[in-house]
Write a protein that binds this ligand. Structure first.
Ligand code: ARG
Length: 563
C-alpha cells in the first residue's frame, strides 16, 4: 500500500497540481508526533494568493479523512496521521502474500542492461579488488533483475595482451609442472614475477616475450595451446571462488574474445578521421575533453586494453541492444573509461552515453595478520576461508550444539565479507577488520542474519494459531516503526537503482534488523494473553523475516534458519 500516494490523492481533490508534483512536495516529518506525512503549503501561497497557514487550515476543513487516524495543521503544514490498523494490515498482508517477490516490480521490463563485473586476469590471483567488483556487480544484477530489468552478467576476463607472451617465455624457462598442477595460479604468478626480475638483468627477455605474443596473435599452435592451458587452469580456480560465493555469469567473453574484432573498429576509427600518429603509435586525440589521448595501437603494432574495450562495447550494443551498459571496475580505471567512452562518442555512437563506469574504492587491512601474504598478494580463497573459520569459532562458543555448523559458518562467514563490501558508498575505501565484520551486534552481516534466525526461532515455537490477528493492536511505537520500515523496502530498492549503489539496500536491511530488535526487546510475542494481538505479532515477525531474506538476497547473501 502506498500511503504517500493516498495522501497525494486526497490533496489533489482540492488542489490543481498533478499527482506527481504533489507527491514530490510531501515530506516526512522529523518526529512521529507531527504525523506520518506532511504537506507544506508555501508553494501554493503565490498561486492561491493566500497565506500558507490559511491554505493549510482550509484544506484541513475540506479534506476526506476516511483512511486516516486524523489530519491536523501546524502553521503552514497539513499533517497526516495514518490509520495504523489499516496500514499495518495492508503492509503485513502484502508481504505475506507476495513472499519472495515482495519489494519487486516490473519497472525495468523490456530494458536490457549489461552488468560487467569481476573480470579477473588469467594467470594472476583474484584479488580483493576483484571481490569488491564481484560483490557490487552481483548485487546490482540481483537488484535490477528484481525490478524487472533484463540483465546480462558479463565477466570480461583479462585473458589477452603482451603479458601472455612473457608468461609463455617464463613457462618454457622455469615452470615447475608439479607445482602448476597443484596450485596453478601461485605457480604462474611465481614464474611471471621471476620473468620481470630476470628481464631487469637481461632486457632481451622482453623481446622474447613480445615474439611469443606475436605468435599467439597469429594463432601459432604451440603458443595457443599453452595460453589455453593457462586459461583453463585459472578459470577452474576462479570457478571454485564463484561457487563459494554463489555467483554466476551469462558470458565469459573476455579480452581475447575481441582479438578478431579489433581491425574492424580500428578501420572505423580511421574512416571517421580520428586516428592520429603519435610517436609511432596510433591514437585518438582527446585534448578537447582535457584528457590524454586514447591509444589504439602501440608502436609495435600490438593492440591494447582500450582497443579491446572499444570492440567489446560495440559488440555488446550489437548483441544485447542495451539500455545501459555498466562496468563495475575500480576507480583507478576512471580515466581509462572516460577515454573509451569519449572515443565511442566521437565515433558517432550516441549510446556511448549509456555506458557507465561503476567505480569503487580501495581495500585495506587493519590487521596485517588478516590473511597470508605471499608477495604482496592476498589470496581470496584464504581470506574467505579465514572468515568461515573465525565464524565457526564464534559459533562453537555461542551455540556449540548447532546442527550443520559448517554449512552455517560458511554462509555467515562469506556473508560477512560481502556485507562489508556493500555497507558503504562504493567509492569509499574499505578497511577490513575481523572484529568489526564478524560482530553479532554491530552493523554487520552476522547481525542481520542473526536477526533473521531469531525471528525464525520464534516462529518455530508457534504451535497453534487459530486466532485471527488484530492488526489494530500493533499500536506501540516499536511495532508501528517496524511496519513502516518494512513498507519502505521498494522505495529503498528504487533509490539504490537511481544511484546504482547497493549500500542503500544494505543500510535498509540494517534498519529492519534494528527495528525488529527494538520491537522484540520491548514486547512479549509468545507469552501474550491477548490471542489476537499475539497472532498479529507473529504475523509481524513472519513478515520481518521475509523482508530480511529478500533484502539479504539482493546483496547476494543467504540466510540461515538457525545460528
Ligand atoms: N581485468 C581488469 C583488471 O583486473 C578489469 C577489467 C575491467 N573491465 C573492462 N572492460 N576493462 O584490472
Amino acid at each position: 500500500m502506498n500511503y504517500k500516494k493516498l495522501v497525494a490523492e486526497k490533496i489533489k481533490e482540492y488542489i490543481d497540481l498533478d499527482l506527481g508534483n504533489i507527491e514530490k512536495l510531501i515530506e516526512i516529518p522529523p518526529k512521529s508526533d507531527m504525523g506520518d506525512y506532511a504537506f507544506p503549503c508555501f508553494q501554493l501561497a503565490k498561486v492561491l494568493k493566500k497565506a500558507p497557514n490559511v491554505i493549510a487550515s482550509e484544506l484541513e476543513q475540506k479534506i476526506n479523512k476516511a483512511d486516516f487516524e486524523k489530519v491536523t495543521t501546524a502553521g503552514p503544514y497539513l499533517n497526516f496521521f495514518m490509520d495504523k490498523a489499516l496500514f499495518n494490515k495492508n503492509t503485513i498482508e502484502d508481504i505475506l502474500s507476495e513472499k519472495d517477490k515482495y519489494g519487486s516490480s516490473k519497472v525495468g521490463e523490456g530494458k536490457n542492461i549489461c552488468v560487467e563485473f569481476s573480470s579477473p586476469n588469467i594467470a594472476k590471483p583474484f584479488h580483493v579488488g576483484h571481490l569488491f567488483s564481484t560483490s557490487i556487480g552481483n548485487s546490482l544484477y540481483k537488484i535490477l533483475s528484481f525490478e524487472g530489468y533484463n540483465c546480462v552478467r558479463i565477466n570480461h576476463l583479462g585473458d589477452w595482451g603482451t603479458q601472455f607472451g612473457k608468461l609463455i617465455s617464463a613457462y618454457k624457462r622455469w615452470c615447475d609442472k608439479e607445482a602448476l598442477k597443484k596450485e596453478p595460479i601461485k605457480e604462474l604468478l611465481r614464474i611471471y614475477v621471476k620473468f620481470h626480475e630476470e628481464a631487469e638483468k637481461d632486457p632481451s627477455l622482453e623481446d622474447e616475450g613480445r615474439m611469443y605474443f606475436k605468435k599467439l596473435e597469429d594463432g601459432a599452435e604451440e603458443e595457443t595451446k599453452l595460453w589455453q592451458e593457462f586459461k583453463d587452469l585459472s578459470l577452474k580456480e576462479f570457478k571454485k571462488l564463484y561457487d563459494l560465493l554463489n555467483v554466476e555469469f551469462d558470458s565469459y567473453a573476455g579480452e581475447s574474445f575481441y582479438s578478431d574484432k579489433m581491425d574492424a573498429i580500428i578501420d572505423d576509427i580511421d574512416k571517421k578521421g580520428l586516428l592520429v600518429e603519435s610517436n609511432g603509435a596510433k591514437v585518438v586525440m582527446l585534448d578537447d575533453y582535457n584528457i590524454p589521448p586514447c591509444i589504439i595501437k602501440k608502436s609495435d603494432g600490438a593492440t591494447i586494453y582500450a582497443t579491446r574495450d572499444l570492440a567489446a562495447a560495440t559488440y555488446r550494443k550489437k548483441t544485447y541492444d542495451f539500455y545501459k551498459s555498466l562496468y563495475v571496475v575500480g576507480m583507478d580505471q576512471s580515466l581509462h573509461f572516460r577515454q573509451v567512452f569519449t572515443t565511442l562518442k566521437l565515433m558517432g555512437n550516441k549510446w556511448a552515453d549509456d555506458c557507465k563506469h561503476i567505480g569503487f574504492g580501495l581495500v585495506r587491512f587493519e590487521d596485517k595478520k588478516l590473511s597470508t601474504r605471499k608477495g604482496d598478494v592476498i589470496f581470496l580463497d584464504e581470506l574467505l576461508n579465514e572468515s568461515i573459520e573465525k565464524t565457526l569459532e564464534i559459533i562453537n562458543e555461542k551455540n556449540p550444539n548447532l546442527e550443520n555448523k559448517n554449512e552455517v559458518a560458511k554462509k555467515i562467514g562469506i556473508g560477512a565479507v560481502i556485507f562489508t563490501y556493500l555497507k558503504n558508498n562504493r567509492e569509499k575505501d574499505i578497511v577490513f577488520n575481523w572484529n568489526d565484520m564478524l560482530s553479532f551486534d554491530g552493523e554487520t552481516g552476522p547481525y542481520v542474519q542473526y536477526s533473521y534466525a531469531r525471528g525464525k526461532s520464534i516462529l518455530r515455537k508457534v504451535n497453534n494459531m487459530d486466532s485471527k490477528p488484530d492488526y489494530g493492536k500493533l499500536n506501540s511505537k516499536e511495532e508501528f516503526e517496524l511496519v513502516k520500515t518494512l513498507e519502505g523496502f521498494n522505495k529503498a530498492i528504487m533509490n539504490s537503482i537511481a544511484k546504482l549503489e547497493p549500500y542503500i539496500v544494505t543500510r535498509y536491511a540494517i534498519g529492519v534488523a534494528k527495528d525488529f530488535n527494538k520491537f522484540y526487546n520491548s514486547h512479549n510475542i509468545l507469552n501474550q494473553e491477548d490471542e489476537n494481538l499475539k497472532a498479529a505479532r507473529i504475523k509481524l515477525v513472519e513478515a520481518t523475516c521475509q523482508v530480511l531474506k529478500n533484502a539479504l538476497g539482493l546483496l547476494g547473501i543467504e540466510v540461515v534458519e538457525k545460528m
